[in-house]
Design a protein around this ligand. Sequence first.
Ligand SMILES: Nc1nc2c(ncn2[C@@H]2O[C@H](COP(=O)(O)OP(=O)(O)OP(=O)(O)O)[C@@H](O)[C@H]2O)c(=O)[nH]1
Ligand SMILES: *[C@@H]1O[C@H](CO)[C@@H](O)[C@H](O)[C@H]1NC(C)=O
Ligand SMILES: *[C@@H]1O[C@H](CO)[C@@H](O)[C@H](O)[C@H]1NC(C)=O
Ligand SMILES: [Mg+2]
Length: 394
Amino acid sequence: MAGSQRYIRYIVIAIAFLGLLFYISTSSTTTVPGIPVKDSASSSSSSSSTLQPTTPNDSKSLPPATAPGERMNATFVTLARNSDVWEIARSIRQVEDRFNKKYNYDWVFLNDAEFDDQFKKVTSALTSGNTKYGKIPKEHWSFPEWIDVDKAAKVREDMREKKIIYGDSVSYRHMCRYESGFFFRHPLMLDYEWYWRVEPSIELFCDINYDTFKFMADNKKKYSFVLSLYEYVETIPTLWDSAKAFMKEHPEHIAKDNSMAFLSDDGGNTYNHCHFWSNFEIGNLNWLRSKAYIDYFNKLDRDGGFFYERWGDAPVHSIAAAIMLPKDEMHFFNDIAYYHVPFTHCPTGEQYRMDHKCHCNPKDNFDWQGYSCLTRYFDLNDMKKPEGYEKEQS
Ligand SMILES: Nc1nc2c(ncn2[C@@H]2O[C@H](COP(=O)(O)OP(=O)(O)OP(=O)(O)O)[C@@H](O)[C@H]2O)c(=O)[nH]1
Ligand SMILES: *[C@@H]1O[C@H](CO)[C@@H](O)[C@H](O)[C@H]1NC(C)=O
Ligand SMILES: *[C@@H]1O[C@H](CO)[C@@H](O)[C@H](O)[C@H]1NC(C)=O
Ligand SMILES: [Mg+2]
């Protein structure tokens, strides 16, 4: 008897509760019964008299919404698949927030397939400049006729067994070859002189309050980087042989005051595997379209290592820049704080990070760690390492 009474009591309570919920959900006013509403006028006036003054904002005023001055002949460029849409959305948001909302540069998207409506809709909504969407011609994303496809398939099988990252992938190889030799020749890219490459899921950690493209032009720079490291040797066993053969065939393309010391510790005989990480690049498209660079790319392409090995566009671009550009045409963008899995460039020096509203953890900075090649670059260019770098070496 007592048990069933309790049971009925539960039901009554439940019905009452449901009724209350129904009342709340259908109520057109924003007040909730039983919850006292603050008088907004009186609460703000009473609290303002007791509040501590806020931190002064004089030195922290935000940069202008739109930077004054002329714009350079420049674009962002992204190679992506439709399935990369949410990862590239994150990158775009960061690039816009930290830089491009003030400059409104265009953004070119390239794909070996047709971009779908969702990709176009999401990316064009996020960008402040014009967006352009290009399909890559088949000849730039397939095996050239001199490649033995059976031999290439055997290599992929071997690399799969050795668990070399992307070692068994055909599309990754097309991607690396495309970024090495073709993106700058896409019809949409012919309209521009400067590019900034952006990949999916990158981060920018500090405000960039000047026009990086104009910086490149004013300082006669052609190629730039933020992270540098050693390449995975198994992916490029004969790349240096091809590069050396190119240098022999085309001594006219080799710059006098070059950065060979970044690539080689024995004057060019062997490669130390240092390269600039090409998922970030700001560079000059006319340099990539020059006879020197095209001769170089054609030589490598003929040698077949994009398919018989797994040559990455990073060492390919890096070798080109280091041997064919005088070293003062290269630039290390210390002030572009950047992440691409798994490495971070976070500028050394607290004052800089505060002044530029950086949100990276200085402990994550890769610059001075053992696997980074930045020290070589600094030494070669007689650059002084920033104060406090020793503390970031572990
Ligand atoms: N259209 C297209 N883009 C690709 C393809 N494979 C890679 N990409 C793009 O090429 C760039 C490099 O590819 P990633 O997969 O980022 O290669 P990664 O940077 O070496 O490796 P993780 O970023 O660590 O995966 C990115 O912008 C990709 O979106 C492909 O098959 N088709
Ligand atoms: C805060 O910044 C704004 C905009 O720059 C300025 O108008 C205002 O005077 C500043 N306030 C203080 C307390 O510095
Ligand atoms: C931008 O650069 C490209 C490549 O050099 C050139 O063809 C084009 O005419 C330039 N556009 C403008 C507006 O200067
Ligand atoms: Mg990537």
